[in-house]
Structures are given as C-alpha cells and as structure tokens.
Design a protein around this ligand. Structure first.
Ligand code: UD1
Length: 432
C-alpha cells in the first residue's frame, strides 16, 4: 500500500498556498443540488472526500461538470424526488449527511444512507433529526442504515440545539430555507464553514441572518436560483502548516487564509514563543527556538478546534515543560498517542486529557494514521524527528489535504509517497 516516507530534521521554510475548505465544500456541494438552476462553485479542494460527494450527487442524477481542478458546474434539476441516496460514495464520508437536509429542504423527502467518516467517537445525529422533526418531518431510521425523512409541508420552527453541532446547524439551515415561515436555530455552531454555507445559500436566494452567531434566523423563500460562489480557505489545512512550521522551527508564510479564522491557533503559538506576522490574507509563522508548554482545551468556534488537537499535541510534545491537552468535543481522539510514544514522546492519557511532558526530540518510527487530522499530525512529528519515519494509512490524510507531500516538499521537507522496498531504498539513498 502507498505510504509516506519522511526524513525528518529540516526546518520548513517558504510559502504555501491553502486550498478551499473541505468541510465548507461538503455542505455547499450538497446544497448546490437544491436549485434546478446551474451553480458554479470555485475554490473546491481536490481531496478524496470531495471527490466522493461529487460522485455521490452525480450518481443520484445531478449533472456535474468539471471546469478545472478547483471549479465545478452543478445542476441538480434531474434528481428525482424520493429516490434513495445510497451508493459506495455516500457511505464513505460523513459529510453525505448534508444530503438529508438538502433533499428534505428541496423535495420535502430524503432517503439517505447513514454517514461514514473518521472514527473519532460515537458521532450521533440526534440533533439533526430533532431539527428535521421540529420542521414537521417524519424521520425514521430504517435498515440497512438509511435515514428517511418526509414531510407534507415543512414549517419554520424555533429550535434549541442541546449541543453545539456544526453538522446539525448546517443541515437544519438547508432543510428550512424553503420552509413556510421563520426558523430560529438557537445555540447554533459558529464555525467559519457554517457561515460559508449560509452565504452560499443566500447567494442562491435564501434569507438567512445571523450565521456566525448563536442565533440563526431563516425566513423561508419559495425557491432557490443559480449562483457563482467561491469557497473560503481551509482553516484546518492552514493550521496544520502553521503547527508544522512551529514544530520544525521553521519560517513559513501561509497564503490564501483568513487570519481571523486562525486566531485561536495564532494565540496559542504566540503564547508558547512563536512569532506570528499577519496581513490581509497571509500569515507568517516563525519559530527560532524550542517553544514553551501550555494548556489547551478544544471547544466549538471561536475556541480551539478539535481538528487541531493532534497537531498541537505533537508540537507540545517537543516543548519545554508539561502541557495538558483536554478534548471536549469527541471521545476517542487520542488514538495517535501510541504512535507518538513510539517516537519517544512522553504522553499519558487519562480520560479526555493528555498530559504531555515535552522531550527535546522525536526519533523516526513506523507510524499508522488513525484518522485524518491525527495522520497529518503524525507527518508533522515525522518532519520534526531525527531520522526516517514511515506513515501508513495515508488514505485518511488524502481525505482532507490536497497535495500534502508536494506542498511540504516545496517548503524543504524530505517526504515522498512510496509503495515498495525498492522505492524506499532509492529515497534513502537520495536523501542520505
Ligand atoms: C464537523 C466537522 C469535523 C469537526 C467537527 C467539530 C465536517 C464534515 N466535519 O463534524 O471535522 O471535527 O465538526 O468541529 O464538517 N453531536 C451530538 N448529536 C448530533 C450531532 C453532534 O451529540 O446530532 C455531538 C458530537 O458527538 C460531538 C459534538 O456534538 O461531540 C460536535 O459534533 P459536530 O459539530 O456535529 O461535528 P460534525 O458536524 O460531525
């Protein structure tokens, strides 16, 4: 199987361009079939989760035309009401649950296979279902793993979310844009991609106000129309490069970002001794020495994102002193710690807390990615480590990072995708 081989020890330096946000694109591509007119979407990241949702909507009847690597034209007029959405692509990715909200909102009827995605905990969808029911839909879970949601009429409702959920907020927004009357979502998620999906829907004629705050108000409109839209930059890809720069004591300018979306990350990096230089759509991270320790707890936006938890743990594993990382969003998100320990890290996990006693250096090892973000974090550890590492199960990383090894190589990293022992020997011979 393909895996990465990495020779660690080089400080990353130079410039890297960030792709469009995967999680925003998943919502936007699902929402794109809600109109019968054509929509053109730009800045779509070329990653396997996105290729899967594009295939999924194509297989249920959408016309999907590739304009270029990052731009697609989509027309959902041929999707027939009532057809079941179940194919290998739908079951592969968690984001396919957005097709429930999109098709329920458009046809008042959706039958969609339950989502897959990263194995980082139980990840229920009870809040999505609660929202659909509040709008007047009958929702049932039928075998084999299908969610069926139907309504004669969808009526706006006042919905209070029991937990802050990105997925449920976006799904309820989509289900309610063409409902009769006003929907209010309280305790809504405020993540940048919630705002991006709302902006996209508004550009199609929806009337959504307050996205990015705790309370979102949606006034139902009769229909949605075509649009041209460009997706925001990926906050987590940007953050991963910021932390990779810091872990390798590098100097990296991260381009095509919205610095405001990265504030919780910049603040932590500054706190432990990094220099951060911000401009309109760029951010430069400079780390010239060993960084300090800190405590961090993952929280919904604008708090520290759970999707950056493995990356900060890798960095704190090399910092001076003891740090505590608390995961408050997902259980089961410390599976990468065993891999990090193989590299010489001193980490103890107690429940949802990791206690990290920083070491001077990691040593290269054979590593396996347990999920998307942890996989990227282990690559960061390998880049900072002394000697050679292999990172396996890279299909997880490819779900969310476009051209990851290529971008790292341009920053001076020694990393390659290989399959055979022969390729490994060649790499080791070349890099010495
Ligand atoms: C999205 C992101 C994921 C990110 C996460 C949190 C996508 C495709 N994925 O996942 O990368 O890690 O936000 O920022 O955008 N919960 C419930 N009931 C529900 C829904 C969620 O109890 O119906 C809980 C979850 O178990 C979790 C918390 O709410 O503990 C937050 O989950 P949520 O924000 O929904 O995450 P996702 O949308 O699945």
């Amino acid at each position: 199987m393909d895996h990465y081989i990495v020779k660690g020890g080089n400080s990353l330096s130079g410039e890297v361009e960030i792709a469009g946000a995967k999680n925003a694109a998943l919502g936007i591509l699902a929402a794109s079939v809600m109109t019968n007119e054509t929509v053109t979407i730009e800045n779509i990241p070329d990653v396997s989760d996105i290729r899967a949702i594009l295939k999924a909507i194509q297989m249920i009847g959408a016309h999907v035309e590739k304009v270029d690597r990052h731009c697609y034209r989509i027309n959902g007029s041929m999707i027939s009401r009532g057809s079941a959405v179940d194919n290998d692509y739908v079951r592969k990715i968690r984001g396919s649950y957005y097709l429930i909200g999109a098709l329920l909102g458009k046809h008042r009827c959706a039958s969609v296979a339950l989502p897959g995605g990263c194995n980082i905990g139980l990840r229920p969808i009870d809040q999505h279902i609660k929202g659909f029911r509040a709008l007047g839909a009958d929702v049932s879970l039928v075998s084999p793993g299908m969610v069926v949601a139907e309504a004669e009429v969808l009526r706006g409702s006042h919905i209070y979310m029991d937990v802050v959920s990105v997925g449920a907020t976006i799904n309820i927004m989509m289900a309610s844009v063409m409902a009769v009357g006003q929907t209010i979502i309280e305790n809504a998620a405020k993540e940048p991609h919630v705002v991006d999906v709302a902006n996209f829907l508004n550009s199609m004629g929806a009337n959504i106000k307050g996205a990015g705050t705790d309370t979102i108000r949606i006034r139902g409109v009769e229909r949605l129309h075509g649009t041209n839209y460009s997706i925001i930059p990926d906050q987590i890809e940007a953050g991963t490069f910021m932390f990779a720069a810091a872990a390798t004591r590098g100097d990296v300018t991260i381009r095509n970002v919205i610095p405001k979306h990265l504030e919780s990350l910049s603040a932590k990096l500054k706190e432990i001794g990094c220099q951060i230089h911000e401009s309109d759509d760029e951010l430069r991270v400079v780390a010239t020495r060993r960084l300090g320790a800190t405590n961090v707890k993952t929280l919904p936006y604008p708090g520290f994102p759970t999707d950056m938890q493995p990356q900060i743990a890798v960095l704190l594993g090399l910092s001076r002193g003891v740090s505590i990382v608390t995961e408050s969003i997902f259980e089961n998100r410390f599976k990468y710690v065993d891999e990090l320990i193989k590299m010489g890290a001193h980490v103890t996990v107690e429940g949802n807390t990791a206690i990290i006693d920083g070491v001077e250096k990691y040593t290269g090892a054979r590593l396996s990615s347990p999920d998307l973000r942890a996989g990227a974090a282990l690559v960061t550890a390998a880049l900072a480590a002394e000697g050679f590492s292999e990172v396996h199960e890279i299909h997880y990383i490819e779900r969310g990072y476009e051209d990851f090894p290529e971008k790292l190589r341009r920053l001076g990293a020694e990393i390659e995708i290989i399959e055979t022992e022969e390729e490994k020997r060649k790499f080791m011979f070349r890099v010495g």
